[in-house]
Ligand binder design. Structure first.
Ligand code: PEP
Ligand code: MG
Length: 798
């Protein structure tokens, strides 16, 4: 690899430049410095011997490139060359590139394994992008991303005084790009003589337009008039921030608007309780790590560009799907950043200089992040994290790496923006003693997993990532949904005693977990477990589960970038069933779509994903995917007759019949004469409740999925905290739906259970048993307490 030598009068300067280059190349470049002189009184200067040593240190068969600051640095370097052996000297090149930009470009090229000629070329053109960005005359056009107006003289223009409190930051910039996307004319925005493409989100954001500054929009070409009108309309709406502007909110007020301590609880931040428990521990903050640029050979420009385009499109599709979910505007802005033509052009230019796709992408995004980081306004500086996030997602797609697992050394409270279900599933319970998220929802899948693992958790704790620092000792009260960062002594004592009570009750419940749960008046209630995969089996058994009432197979599918094969699925199903002996295990067929995207099987975009192709609907549309799973289940059932199949999101009898037809077809293919595999359905769609009598004729059992049933009965998104009050399974309409379902099952003589989160909520146990429910399926860790609750009830007294 070509070595890089930085020669400077100042040691501090050289160290800083080397540090930056090391960071940009993730430590891959071979860099040495020769800077300053060994005189504490007068340390500024250069020394030929030191330069020679630095060259010898990094020069191998590929050679070395030397970058110098000025004056005697050049003379010392030339002298060093004379002192070097001929063999080394011939491989060393001195370049006139500016020391900071030149070192960055040279280091990146060297780290990518390019030849010394390519490294020199990169270093020499290092100033081009900057010159072009600053509009300097005669600058070589490194990347031509600012459109030339077809007809500058007749261009239409519109001047606007920006009143947005934060100026044109990422979100208004995204609104501009989105609004202008349909038009093909040349368009740009100008501020104080600086022009950028009006189609480039980052260029607009980088203009750094502040409140009360003026911008001019120019359009020229066939649909310029329409584009101008669209821009004027958007400007009059203050680029989507009319409300803030109308309220006369100042930038300072916007910063203060962010909730600090909610609900007037001094010393605490309020969120939504997801799982009970009280824990005091130091905080750790989880952010995903950036994948490392692989060291692989450059293929060719076409292939590298195609690889990059594919990865960007992949991530963009995912972000656009997320943008449709509640609070999706941030993802919409991310998707737009990804679509920025400037980023694409810069990355392609890097690939043309023979950088592999991963390195090209990393360079462009890191330099973009650095520009945001250097912005004047705090708000814009904070956008660096967005660039980092997008960069990481594309890098994951390019490298095929899975997001890094969370590793924590000592028992801690894990704070994060949000966690993927796979992040939660990989947590070490002995180290992560509580979870606190700024996003998420009570029935989001990461929350369900936290509950399944028995980790006290709260979500929607606004601003906790800003208020809490790594290492701060905090207390999470999962019962009240509070994160205490500064409790008074009296409150801390109260929390401690609440914690002791909680632990003692848990201990007693666990001692009785293996016994049956029978009410005081003699009714036996069955408690089964909800599991997500083999890793949950042990906990289910230890906690006294009488089988599995819900095996969410989607986690198997979500864990990897590739779909699990029939054999892989068959082994998992068979082994889990075997672990439970003759106790029933209910395998739910793939339930993705809605809030559960599948990386290995991208879904078509939908306006209303929760009302679209979810669960069985998706499976019936994608038969091959479904049939593979059905075959795996049928084969496992041949060996494990305790398996039963459950179909999610059933709304009609026709859907059940279609599923049964597919089962019959697969049985024939497998040579199974007639399947006795019990087939049941989830009752989680209102249509299924109203049609329960007819559905009961077709299936062997019902299981009530209160998570979805509640959201659909109440028409309130289960992940949207704005309507969290409505997402309440105690609402009379939901209770009525549950009652009707139980009655239908009883009339038809089929079994009915409940596997939604309500089943594990001991506040609901008495009510549900009163409605006739006898089978509950909940997260394993809730089972001991559920059984204790059952034992305390006496319906004879009712
Ligand atoms: C439900 O909807 O209640 C359910 C158990 O399924 P999921 O939460 O996996 O959608
Ligand atoms: Mg559901």
């Amino acid at each position: 690899m070509v070595g890089i030598v930085v020669v400077s009068h100042s040691r501090l300067l050289a160290e800083g430049v080397a540090e930056l280059a090391t960071q940009m190349t993730q430590g891959k470049a071979n860099i040495a410095i020769a800077a300053g002189v060994d005189d504490p009184e007068n340390p500024i200067g250069t020394d030929a011997i030191a330069v020679m040593g630095a060259i010898e240190q990094v020069c191998d068969q590929d050679g070395a490139v030397v970058l110098m600051d000025l004056g005697s640095a050049l003379l010392s370097t030339e002298m060093a060359l004379e002192l070097l052996d001929d063999e080394i000297r011939d491989k060393v090149a001195l370049v006139s590139a500016p020391i900071v930009e030149g070192t960055m470009a040279a280091s990146v090229a060297a780290a990518a394994g390019l030849s010394i000629e390519a490294v020199i070329a990169e270093a020499s053109s290092a100033l081009d992008v900057k010159k072009e960005h600053l509009g300097e005359e005669n600058a070589p056009q490194a990347v031509n991303v600012v459109p030339e107006l077809a007809d500058d003289v007749n261009a239409l223009s519109f001047e606007w005084d920006v009143k947005n409190p934060h100026g044109i930051h990422a979100r208004p910039a995204a609104a501009i790009v989105g609004c202008l996307a349909p038009f093909s004319c040349d368009m740009y925005l100008e501020k104080a003589g600086q022009r950028v493409s009006a189609k480039s989100l980052n260029s607009i954001a980088k203009l750094g337009v502040r409140c009360d500054e003026s911008i001019t929009f120019y359009a020229s070409g066939s649909d310029a008039q329409q584009a101008l009108e669209a821009f004027i309309g958007l400007a009059n709406d203050h680029f989507g921030e009319a409300e803030q502007v109308a309220k006369g909110v100042t930038a300072q007020e916007v910063l203060e608007e962010a909730p600090t301590i909610s609900n007037d609880i001094e010393g605490a931040l309020a969120g939504i309780s997801v799982n009970g428990g009280i824990v005091t521990a130091p905080a750790v903050i989880f952010t995903q790590e950036m994948p490392v640029v692989p060291s692989r050979p450059f293929t060719d420009i076409q292939q590298e560009v195609a690889k990059l385009k594919h990865a960007v499109a992949d991530v963009k599709q995912h972000l656009e799907a997320q943008a449709k979910l509640p609070h999706g505007d941030i993802f919409a802005a991310h998707a737009m950043m990804l679509a920025d033509p400037e980023i694409a052009a810069q990355a392609e230019a890097k690939v043309s200089a023979e950088l592999i796709a991963e390195q090209a992408w990393m360079d462009v995004m890191m330099s973009l992040a650095a520009q945001y980081q250097a912005a004047d306004s705090q708000y814009m500086r904070e956008r660096e994290a967005d660039v980092y996030d997008i960069c990481r997602q594309v890098m994951l797609s390019l490298t095929g790496e899975k997001p890094k697992a969370i590793t924590i050394a000592e028992p801690s409270v894990l704070l994060a923006r949000d966690l993927m279900p796979s992040d939660v599933a990989g947590l070490d319970k002995s180290k992560v003693v509580a979870i606190c998220l700024t996003e998420g929802g009570k029935t989001s899948h990461s929350a369900i997993l936290a509950r399944a693992m028995g980790i006290p958790a709260i979500v929607k704790v606004q601003s906790c990532l800003e208020q809490v620092k790594v290492g701060d000792i905090i207390t999470v009260d999962g019962f009240s949904g509070l994160l205490w960062f500064a409790p008074t002594q009296a409150i801390q004592e109260e929390l401690n005693s609440k914690r002791h009570e909680w632990l003692a009750a848990q201990e007693i419940a666990l001692q009785h977990a293996q016994s049956q749960a029978v009410t005081q008046d003699g009714t036996t209630i069955h408690a089964l477990a909800n599991i997500g995969g083999p890793e949950d089996v042990e906990a289910a058994i230890t906690n006294g589960a009488e089988g599995v009432g819900l095996f969410r197979t989607e986690f198997l599918f979500q864990e990897s970038a590739e779909l699990p094969t029939e054999d892989e699925q068959y082994i998992v199903y068979k082994e889990i069933a075997a672990a439970f002996g003759d106790k029933p295990i209910t395998i739910r067929s793939l339930d993705v779509g809605g809030d559960k995207p599948l990386a290995a099987y991208p879904m078509p975009e939908e306006e209303n994903p929760f009302l679209g192709q979810r669960g069985v609907r998706l499976c019936l549309k994608h038969e091959a995917l479904f049939e593979t799973q059905l075959r795996a289940i049928l084969r496992a059932y041949e060996e494990q007759p305790n398996i039963q199949l459950m179909i999610p999101m059933i709304a009609t009898v026709a859907e059940v019949k279609a599923v049964k037809a597919l089962i019959t077809k697969q049985c024939e293919k497998l040579g199974i004469s007639e399947s006795t595999l019990p087939v049941g359905i989830m009752i989680e769609v209102p249509a299924a409740v109203f049609n329960a009598d007819a559905l009961a004729e077709e299936v062997d059992f019902f299981s009530i999925g209160t998570n979805d049933l509640t959201q659909y009965v109440m028409a309130a998104d289960r992940g949207n905290t704005e309507v969290a009050e409505l997402v309440n399974y105690f609402e009379p309409a939901v209770i009525k739906a549950i009652e009707l379902t139980i009655q239908s099952a009883n009339r038809a003589g089929i079994s009915v259970s409940m596997c939604g989160e309500m089943a594990g909520d001991v506040k609901a146990t008495e009510l549900l048993i009163g409605l006739g429910l006898r089978k509950f399926s909940a997260s394993s860790t809730l089972i001991p307490e559920l059984k204790q609750k059952v034992r305390s009830l006496d319906f004879a007294l009712a």
